[in-house]
Design a binder for this molecule. Structure first.
Ligand code: HEC
Ligand code: CU
Length: 351
């Protein structure tokens, strides 16, 4: 009875989780509806493997039930011992060869796809993006285009895009299940994976390797747009002017405060930075990957980032130690950050 209750509880928790996840717009955080080459190949192998397992299960269960019925103890034959088959060569061969054949059926497509996905022959002629995993956010650098960005990875639809991945701290794992499989992101060596998205849209990703306090909050997105939109986005990003003067006076004051307290880690424009690049922060639909993109959340994030993402790299900021940024300052900075719009091409326009 208790066991039964436990199962119901797990099931309802699970459905609640599914509901919660889909409520956050993460409905495409699934490997079962592929929208990219790697994801499609993975699903094909999943289906082959599950089919083989189901056939094995049915055959074994059928034999099991047959044996139970046929050889059960019958009235009047309590001491009957059926014919023993140990050492039967034919049987031994049959049940050794069948699993080998089944494993071959699974292994051929798996190994072929694994090699195919590791193919780097098109790397030179394709778009290359350097991906850096950090506790607990993603940095994307487009070396050919000289663009830096974070959290949202923009790519053109229908193109092979090579991701060269490294970590600055611990092991992370890059995973956008509807586009491709997982790839470990290591501190010591670069791993390369190519992705190819079939349809425009915004696809959710998650770090899939436990990496610290806020591992479960290390969300990101791939924004897949048409080739023209992608080219437009690149030009727009290249033209971001870090010295542009905001319209409102509060945003102007916010800019000055930002340059005092935040610029040591962040950047606007195409300079490298230890924290996320904020060139197109106003185009984002999330703050720090997981928070609602609103002024209120942003002010809370600035004043108390630990409450939103425990253990994150912003907690070392000097302004948090000496409390030099007031509520009013934070509101001004938020004004400034929210008007940092780089392009018409955004996750909202791509949906
Ligand atoms: C010690 C370096 C450091 C300083 C100083 C710092 N930050 Fe950050 N900031 C970070 C890091 C690291 C992250 C990424 C946190 C995460 O998502 O795990 C971050 C994230 C953010 C984000 C979310 C970015 C995104 O891509 O969604 C915003 C907005 C932000 N910081 C604003 C500020 C503001 C405003 C200040 C100054 C008042 C500031 N930061 C000072 C390191 C810093
Ligand atoms: Cu991680």
């Amino acid at each position: 009875m208790k066991d039964w209750m436990g199962k119901i509880r797990t099931l309802s928790l699970f459905s609640l989780m599914v509901l919660l996840l889909s409520a956050c717009g993460r409905d495409n955080l699934t490997a079962l509806v592929p929208k990219g080459y790697g994801a499609e190949e993975s699903l094909r192998i999943i289906i082959i493997t599950i089919t083989v397992m189901i056939v094995v299960f049915i055959v074994v269960m059928a034999i099991f039930v047959f044996v139970l019925l046929k050889y059960r103890q019958k009235k009047g034959q309590e001491n009957m011992v059926p014919k023993q088959t140990e050492g039967n060569k034919t049987l031994e061969i049959v049940w050794t060869v069948i699993p080998i054949l089944l494993l071959i059926v699974i292994a051929i497509p798996t190994v072929a796809t694994t090699y195919d996905l590791a193919d780097e022959s098109a790397k030179e002629d394709s778009l290359n993006i350097n991906v850096t995993g950090e506790q607990f956010w993603w940095h994307f650098e487009y070396p050919g285009e000289e663009i830096q960005t974070s959290q949202d990875l923009y790519i053109p639809v229908g193109q092979k895009v090579y991701l060269n991945m490294m970590s600055t701290d611990v092991i992370h794992s890059f995973w956008v299940p509807s586009i491709s499989g997982k790839m470990d992101v290591n501190p010591d060596n670069e791993n390369t994976m190519y992705i190819e998205a079939y349809e425009e849209g915004v696809y959710w990703g998650q770090c899939a390797e436990f990496c610290g306090d806020s591992h479960s909050l290390m969300d990101f997105r791939i924004v897949v747009v048409s080739q023209e939109e992608y080219d437009q986005w690149v030009t727009d990003m290249q033209n971001v002017d870090p010295d542009a003067v905001p319209e409102s006076t509060t945003a102007q004051e916010g800019k000055a405060l930002f340059e005092q307290s935040c610029i040591s880690c962040h950047a606007v424009g195409n300079t490298p930075s230890v924290g996320p690049n904020l060139s197109n922060f106003g185009d984002r639909t999330m703050i720090a990957g997981v928070l609602e993109h609103s002024e209120e959340e942003l002010v809370e994030w600035i004043l108390n980032p630990a409450s939103k993402k425990p253990g994150n790299g912003m907690l070392d900021a000097p302004y948090l130690q000496d409390k030099s940024v007031s509520q009013e300052d934070a509101e001004k900075i938020a004004d400034y950050l929210l008007q940092l719009k780089a392009s018409e091409i955004t996750p909202d326009s791509a949906k």
